[in-house]
Design a protein around this ligand. Structure first.
Ligand SMILES: Cc1ncc(COP(=O)(O)O)c(C=O)c1O
Length: 449
């Protein structure tokens, strides 16, 4: 396939932007430059067309350029909404009421611009409430780009000390240089689904918070074992730290609300982004009033600063209101359609893998999914590292891209289906998958792209 214009564009950008793009996580091989997108489809600068399952790292639950959402955003501009920077707005109040009606565990919400801001503020609130500094995360959970959470996601075995650690914490595997030693000493990561390890760290350190995705959706799809999230709740109560569920990816993916509501878990705080606004930059921190109201505490030692020039900018607010209205509209049956399409893909992929005698496990949480090339679904990152065929996964993704199916070309990354996808899209995807598997089995060493 011809990707010449993509390569040229990257090279030109590299002269002025380190790496050639504004978020280094977007850089993958092949590094395709996209030019436009509509519904389930994207087109690159060379004119190649793709059915998109990357969904811009998962926000596009309605699909690209949803017409109702675009109209709401354009209306906000023609009605001369501005980012006044003074006083409240009616739109932020409306968004807050609509949003909270979807989050039974929360009484208050603050809106921010990115998921990273939401998790940073959540940790700040937890520290202010508890007076403690240490923060515990899960190996394989991505919780944003700021210091306190920038570690232990897709770590290598070497970074983790060469062995799986159950019952205690892993060594720190930072995602970035520049984290001061004083902060590194406060960061802890344990294996997902390991309550014993959480307790070991809680006994040793004064924890302000445990923050985790309730389903690990940045390393494919790794689900909590029955009783695990309940166990986290119990340990939080026992040791006095706050339970923060980071629903930036899981929120509004399976149902019009958080994943924790489906499971009947009651976090102290939860964070959102991505699907709440179908691609517009807005995020949320939601929680119990007693924690959230620290923003207006009269005690200066407890008061938490949450501020931002662009918090609730009218454009993403209009986008979020339109998105949530659509997701919660009973007449549209958004989640029923997503479930039907996702099930169709799941059945089809499982049939194809079995027909081709490929050892694979398709794991799905609502409309988010991942194909692991291993016999069973992983329950933590170490099992993925040990069992998943990463090299085959990359070649599989390359072969799909060559056939017009865009899964992000990094092994074990999640795929997402949107409301704009159709049964025809799924069937075309399955046909391309069959053809990709045939190619991979007949020329096992040839890279697809
Ligand atoms: C679970 C989770 N939390 C937080 C973030 C950070 O969000 P953002 O990239 O909007 O800062 C992400 C981003 O992928 C995420 O998946």
């Amino acid at each position: 396939m011809n990707l010449q214009h993509s390569a040229d564009l990257l090279q030109r950008n590299q002269q002025v932007i380190p790496g050639g793009l504004a978020s280094i996580n977007r850089k993958a091989d092949p590094c395709i430059a996209f030019a436009r997108a509509q519904g389930s489809r994207m087109w690159d600068v060379d004119g190649n067309e793709y059915i998109d399952y990357h969904a811009g790292f998962a926000p596009y639950i309605l699909g690209h350029n949803d017409p109702h959402q675009n109209k709401a955003v354009i209306d906000a501009m023609t009605q001369l909404r501005s980012n006044y920077g003074s006083g409240p707005t009616a739109d932020e109040g409306e968004l807050a009421r609509l949003f909270l009606s979807c989050i039974p565990s929360a009484e208050r919400v603050q809106f921010l611009n990115t998921g990273s801001e939401a998790t940073a503020q959540a940790i700040r609130v937890a520290r202010a409430w508890t007076g403690n500094d240490h923060v515990l995360r899960m190996q394989g959970s991505y919780n944003g780009n700021h210091n306190m959470v920038a570690s232990n996601v897709m770590s290598t075995k070497d970074q983790l000390g060469g062995r799986q650690i159950i019952g205690d914490e892993y060594p720190l595997a930072p995602l970035t240089a520049g984290i001061p030693g004083a902060e590194r000493a406060l960061m802890h990561s344990v294996e997902f689904n390991d309550l014993e390890a959480v307790e070991a760290v809680a006994r040793r350190c004064k924890l302000a918070a445990l923050i985790t995705e309730p389903v690990l959706q940045n390393v494919g799809i790794i689900k909590p074992r029955p009783g695990y999230l309940e166990g986290l709740r119990r340990l939080a109560d026992q040791y006095g730290f706050l339970l923060i569920l980071d629903e930036v990816k899981t929120g509004f993916r399976t149902a019009p609300g958080p994943y924790h509501a489906i499971q009947g878990i009651d976090p102290d705080l939860s964070t959102y982004g991505k699907a709440i606004a179908n691609g517009f930059p807005i995020a949320a921190l939601a929680g119990k009033a007693k924690f959230m109201d620290l923003v207006t505490s009269t005690d200066p030692h407890k008061r938490v600063l949450i501020a931002g020039t662009y918090n609730c900018h009218p454009i993403p607010v209009a986008g979020a209101i339109a998105c949530l209205r659509k997701l919660t509209d009973p007449a549209l049956k958004v989640y029923r359609k997503l479930e039907g399409l996702s099930n169709r893909l799941e059945q089809g992929i499982e049939r194809l893998m079995s027909d081709h005698r490929i050892t694979a496990t398709f794991v799905r949480q609502g409309s988010a999914h991942c194909t692991y090339f291993m016999p069973v679904a992983p329950t933590n990152w170490w099992e993925t590292l040990s069992g998943h065929d990463f090299a085959f996964d990359v070649r599989y993704r390359h072969a799909l891209i060559e056939r017009g199916i865009y899964q992000f070309p990094v092994a074990a990354k999640q795929g997402s289906i949107s409301f704009a996808h159709s049964e025809t899209d799924i069937d075309e995807t399955l046909e391309a998958t069959g053809s990709a598997l045939n190619q991979l089995l007949t020329s096992p060493l040839k890279l697809g792209v």
